[in-house]
Ligand binder design. Structure first.
Ligand SMILES: NC(=O)c1ccc[n+]([C@@H]2O[C@H](COP(=O)([O-])OP(=O)(O)OC[C@H]3O[C@@H](n4cnc5c(N)ncnc54)[C@H](OP(=O)(O)O)[C@@H]3O)[C@@H](O)[C@H]2O)c1
Length: 287
């Protein structure tokens, strides 16, 4: 049995749907079982034959984390540590989801898994410490660092841009931060494949959409595709901004592109080009 932790979140819902489609035996929990509490985890798992735990739960509000470092730490470090210890004691495997925010964002070539982590804000610091907690407690783990996640089950950049395009005659989007949009469906397919093939090359892997773009470029493509599909009737003016023109409480990485070479060479897994996934996603939500 697979236990999806954080099953009501954007990735957790998508993954639960994918596992169901594939006929895999899975159970999901969210705030109903507080994964930071070892006794709650023990009570929930009692009598269940859990072989894989997938941790999609996290504190994900990047700016708010600056004001709530203890809460972010408890969800992003203490929770994963509890899950890793439970897995170690019960001979289960853990897939733990992490982020591009573990890096400084100052590079200019795709980050490799063994590049030095240097997070700049509370969210990134706690996610990096969460990775270390998992590594320290459990050998049978796979940490998947993803980035720029969007999907049909939660608030996300694509949904926000579509709303702004409908509501505003003009708006600006940052054009000097680079990354790779990742459809939660594609990431869920990778997770399901790892489980179905009984993955056992433990360690840290990068798992995000293929290619690279700025938030502004991403928005332009959302606009173009949405217009083509008839999802939009408005014609807003979308302006490129610099990071300085769009200040945020937590610093955003200027460079967030992750190399997927390791995932490909070890597991033969690849992600689609981000533009292809975006087109499929918009087609799907068009209905
Ligand atoms: N979204 C992105 O762009 C992005 C990018 C890179 C990496 N990631 C990583 O990808 C993973 C999934 O992200 P996501 O966007 O799907 O996150 P999400 O939508 O915020 O989902 C996280 C889930 O965890 C739940 N949760 C909070 N506290 C809990 C607790 N004490 N016990 C159990 N569950 C609890 C949340 O519930 P509430 O909603 O009620 O708080 C939510 O359902 C995270 O590890 C995140 O760091 C995300």
């Amino acid at each position: 049995m697979i236990w999806v932790v954080g099953a009501s979140g954007m990735l957790g819902q998508e993954l639960s749907a994918v596992l169901k489609t594939k006929g895999l035996d899975a159970v999901g929990t969210d705030r109903d079982i507080d994964f930071r509490k070892a006794d709650a985890v023990a009570a929930f798992t009692h009598g269940k034959d859990i072989q894989w735990v997938v941790n999609c739960a996290a504190y994900t509000a990047v700016d708010k984390a600056e004001d709530e470092p203890e809460l972010a730490h408890s969800l992003n470090v203490d929770g994963p540590a509890v899950l890793a210890r439970w897995c170690a004691a019960n001979k289960a495997n853990l897939i733990h989801i992490s982020t591009d925010y573990v890096f400084s964002g100052e590079g200019n070539s795709p980050y490799r898994e063994d590049d030095h982590p240097a997070p700049t804000g509370v969210y990134g610091v706690t996610k990096e410490a969460g990775e270390q907690a998992v590594r320290g407690a459990l050998e049978q783990h796979i940490i998947l660092r993803t980035a720029w996640l969007y999907g049909q089950y939660g608030p996300n950049f694509v949904a926000t841009m579509l709303r702004l395009m409908r509501e505003k005659p003009e708006f600006g989007v940052v054009n000097d931060q680079w990354g790779a949009p990742t459809w939660a469906f594609d990431l869920s397919q990778v997770i399901a494949h790892l489980i179905q093939t009984n993955a056992s090359a433990w360690g840290t892997y990068h798992a995000s959409g293929e290619g690279q773009v700025t938030w502004f470029g991403f928005t332009q493509e959302i606009y173009r595709e949405a217009k083509d599909l008839g999802l939009l009737t408005s014609t807003p003016v979308i302006k490129p901004l610099t990071t300085a023109q769009y200040p945020t409480k937590a610093k955003r990485p200027a460079w967030s592109v992750l190399s997927k070479a390791k995932l490909k060479s070890v597991y033969g897994l690849t992600f689609p080009q981000w533009k292809d996934s975006l087109a499929r996603y918009l087609h799907l939500i068009k209905g």
